[in-house]
Design a protein around this ligand. Structure first.
Ligand code: GLV
Length: 328
């Protein structure tokens, strides 16, 4: 019997391609060309499965052009690049990579929070530019992390990881808001108190966003929400671009309506709103929160395992729409 045909839409660890090749006829994109939607569709035509990343949009149009496709395994925990309803309607399984990246991403959220509050990149740029000529009492004075109030919007696995780091490691007072309240045992473990969104905005010294992107979470933080925050507050976004209105944030940072921001994700990335590049009080990183070598290996292997599991056992390890299983 011929092997199923799969597309690996972006470059990935060669050993993962090697593993996939044992099970599938693989077309890979090791040159890492970022294809347009039309190009992605062309490459997907006639494939039974796909290994995708958050930059590969799979929507109704792509699916209609590729009727043979049965599974898209995303190498990301977020899957807003999938039109999951359209996939379900066509019986196409979607999978993601939860759990394996939780602690690494929470580490990064905390690193970005610390860099933002303590003005680390801003001060490094100053030093590199040769501007450091003397000690000054207020040079790059920022805000404290220990003992401060940490607000978390979106209290899934990663949010809980950040809460634990803040509460147990830095003695922070942790408050959170989420669509649903956590059970009492998880709240106690995270030492986190549930509050309304408005209270979260008003009380947080540091606000970290960890909620998934959807039409409903678009611009969850805009001018009105920024206006409710403390002028001394910092804002960190490791969730998705589009959750923050980047133009409104740049204006708030410029006018010092909040103290600083740390952003790993951007609206329309890899483009960055030009105004964000002109304000000094923002730490900018290129969507690398899960980027430790072991975690990226684990994510790639989990996506590969989902493909293998699907074609050998008609199952997914981390299915997003398990209702399609058995119907394909
Ligand atoms: C990264 O943003 C992910 O969703 O895994």
């Amino acid at each position: 019997m011929s092997k199923p045909r799969i597309l690996v839409a972006r470059a990935v660890f060669p050993e993962v391609i090697e593993r996939l090749t044992q099970h599938f006829e693989v077309e890979s994109n090791q040159a890492d060309v970022v294809w347009s939607k039309a190009e992605l569709t062309e490459h997907l035509r006639g494939k039974d499965g796909a290994f995708t990343t958050g930059s590969d949009r799979v929507d109704a149009e792509v699916l209609a052009a590729c009727p043979q496709l049965k599974i898209c395994a995303n190498m990301a925990v977020g899957y807003n690049n999938f039109d999951l309803d359209a996939m379900t309607a066509r019986g196409v399984l979607g999978t993601n990579t939860p759990d394996v990246l939780t602690e690494t991403t929470a580490d990064f959220g905390f690193a970005l929070l610390m860099a933002t509050a303590r003005r680390i990149t801003e001060s490094e740029h100053y030093l590199r530019a040769g501007q450091w000529t003397k000690w000054s009492y207020d040079m790059f004075a920022g805000s404290d992390i220990h003992g401060a109030t940490l607000g978390i919007l979106g209290m899934g696995r990663i949010g809980q990881g950040i809460a634990r780091r803040g509460a147990h490691g830095f003695g922070m007072n942790v408050i959170y808001h989420n669509r649903s309240r956590l059970d009492a045992a998880t709240e106690a473990d995270c030492k986190a108190r549930y509050v309304g969104k408005e209270e979260l905005l008003k009380m947080a010294d540091h606000l970290v966003l960890v909620l998934p992107y959807s039409a409903a979470s678009h611009h969850t933080i805009g001018a009105a929400e920024l206006a409710q925050m403390k002028p001394t507050a910092t804002l960190v976004n490791i969730a998705r671009g589009g959750i923050v209105d980047d133009a409104a944030l740049a204006a708030a940072l410029r006018d010092k309506r909040i103290a600083a921001a740390g952003l790993d994700v951007f609206e329309g990335e890899p483009a960055v709103h030009p105004d964000l590049l002109t304000v000094p009080n923002v730490v900018l990183t290129p969507h690398i929160a899960s980027a430790s070598v072991p975690t990226r290996q684990a994510m790639a292997n989990l996506a590969a395992d989902n493909l293998i599991e699907f074609f050998t056992k008609n199952k997914g390890l981390t299915p997003l729409n398990p209702q399609v299983l058995g119907k394909t």
